[in-house]
Design a protein around this ligand. Structure first.
Ligand SMILES: [Zn+2]
Ligand SMILES: [Zn+2]
Length: 89
């Protein structure tokens, strides 16, 4: 079955390009994104890594860790970026 598309003349809030079709009827004209920008947003760019935010402590220097590129399973043995770099040389 084909999805119903709404026809109109809207503007993408991301790139400013024209949007003529939407899979839904927009309630407001702001914050509309074209297909390109939408897929960029949801797909995520490969250069941007997902960071986990939290309140952890470095096991080496005791410094605060607020962001990690992974979700830590245990709070021990966490190292901050500085110590991590030092350890790797
Ligand atoms: Zn766009
Ligand atoms: Zn540290």
């Amino acid at each position: 079955m084909e999805k119903q598309m709404y026809q109109g003349n809207w503007k993408c809030s991301g790139c400013g390009g024209a949007i003529t079709q939407l899979p839904f009827e927009p309630r407001s004209e702001s914050n509309l994104t074209c297909r390109d920008c939408h897929s960029k947003k949801t797909g995520g760019s490969p250069t941007e890594k997902k960071m986990f935010e939290g309140d952890w402590k470095c096991s080496k220097c005791g410094g605060a860790i607020t962001k990690l590129p992974f979700e830590p399973k245990s709070q021990s043995n966490l190292t901050c970026r500085d110590c991590y770099m030092k350890e790797r040389g």
